[in-house]
Design a protein around this ligand. Structure first.
Ligand code: PMP
Ligand code: GLN
Length: 383
């Protein structure tokens, strides 16, 4: 995890947010919302702090939040994890991912199959676990994987197939064929499926299908989610993992020595959020779709080729039609050219496959429509 000169390699998000601050540019790099979530949720956190919910919660998380997580999965997907044994609250999805990887893989003989590009903590945590990363490229512009490539990546050495759906950074929502093939391969090779569904409520025109709902999947699937993306509380770091008790226990075994427990007063607040009515959930989906549309239109007007995302906060655009073959160079110049910050997709790839993604740029749409409109206006200077 260190750079060749021994310094800490800063994450792309830290680097680009610092660049945005330095240049006073609109930050469409790091994915965090610029508005607060529902007042009921904020108020529940204030009430919890005033009401003395300020000491360590139980390691698995407060019972009522675990119950709310189960109720939410039952309401939206018909799943019913046992809140006592099959639900674990974590310090964001990040800690869930780290604990899963450290808990379920042991050394270089254990392979973890992921789609590439991938959320940056995946490769870092596979490295921390000492395991071997095997990637399957997602193919521009749909960013669906080639099924033969997927089949040839999975073998008896595969311990985990780690999926992220909807997908960061591409905005892809994987087709039923892809998800079904993942489950089939996991059975064939006795692998565990880990699915990061933090953007579960942010899909456009297509439903979200949790992997755990597919036939034969639940018994070997750990599902990770996070309150951050649903309730605009990325700074609260409340996440969770659900799945078979034995797998959740293996995750808890690690998690107890990373943080022991998550933060207390935000847990009842997120339980309140998970119980909000359907109007809230429809509203966040419609709002994000509208924001995506503003961003996609703006990028097209500026001259990018655009992969229209079906989910998540993000849109990937190709800067090659603008004359930029290297998105890293482009992203360093963009604040000066147009007053906007974005991130190069190569921040989410292996060295070996970098060239496939060299001119692709990720833009975040989790911002107010007015700000996205202003960014679109600024980007138009590139046309
Ligand atoms: N997975 C994905 C795909 C993400 O995009 C993010 C947040 N950007 C995380 C995990 C981390 O979630 P959290 O903030 O809850 O730790
Ligand atoms: N998940 C957000 C993104 O992909 C930011 C996460 C972070 O800053 N680590 O932009």
């Amino acid at each position: 995890l260190l750079a060749p000169d021994g310094t800490i390699a800063q994450t792309i998000f830290a680097e680009m947010s610092a660049l945005a601050a330095r240049t006073d540019a609109i930050n469409l790099g790091q994915g965090f919302p610029d508005t607060d979530g529902p007042e009921e949720v904020l108020e529940a956190a204030r009430a919890a702090i005033s009401g003395g919910v300020n000491q360590y919660p139980p390691g698995r998380g407060f019972a009522d939040l675990r119950l709310a997580i189960t109720e939410h999965q039952q309401r939206f997907y018909g799943l019913k994890p046992d809140p006592e044994t099959e639900v674990l609250v974590t310090a964001g999805a990040t800690e869930a991912l780290a604990s899963v990887l450290l808990g379920l893989v042991d050394g270089p003989q254990d392979e973890v199959v992921v789609f590439e590009p991938y959320y940056d903590s995946y490769a870092a945590c596979v490295a921390l676990a000492g395991a071997t990363l095997r990637t399957v490229p997602l193919v521009w512009p749909s960013f669906q994987p080639d099924l033969d490539a997927l089949r040839s990546a999975v073998s008896d050495r595969t311990r985990l197939i780690l999926v992220n759906n909807p997908h960061n950074p591409t905005g892809a929502v994987f087709s039923a064929d892809v998800l079904t093939e993942i489950v089939r391969l996991a059975h064939q090779h006795d692998a565990v499926i880990v699915t990061d569904e933090v953007y579960e409520h942010l899909t456009f025109d297509v439903p979200h299908v949790p992997v755990a709902t597919l036939p034969g999947a639940a018994e070997r699937t750990l599902t990770i989610s996070s309150a951050g993306k649903t309730f605009n509380t990325t700074g609260w770091k409340v996440g969770w993992v659900t799945g078979p008790a034995a797998l959740v226990d293996a995750v808890l075994a690690v998690k107890q020595f990373l943080t022991y427990s998550g933060s207390a007063p935000f847990q009842p607040a997120i339980a309140t959020g998970l119980r909000l009515g359907d109007d809230f959930y429809h509203g966040i989906r419609a709002a994000m779709q509208h924001q995506r549309d503003i961003l996609v239109d703006g990028l097209r007007t500026a001259g990018f080729a655009v992969s229209v995302p079906q989910g998540s906060y993000f849109t990937v655009a190709d800067a090659a039609p603008l004359g930029f073959d290297d998105a890293t160079v482009f992203c360093r110049e963009l604040p000066h050219l147009a007053g906007v910050v974005a991130v190069p997709v190569t921040a989410f790839t292996t060295e070996a496959n970098r060239s496939q993604y060299a001119s692709l740029v990720r833009f975040a749409a989790c911002k107010k429509p007015e700000l996205l409109g202003e960014a679109a206006k600024r980007l138009a200077v590139l046309a």
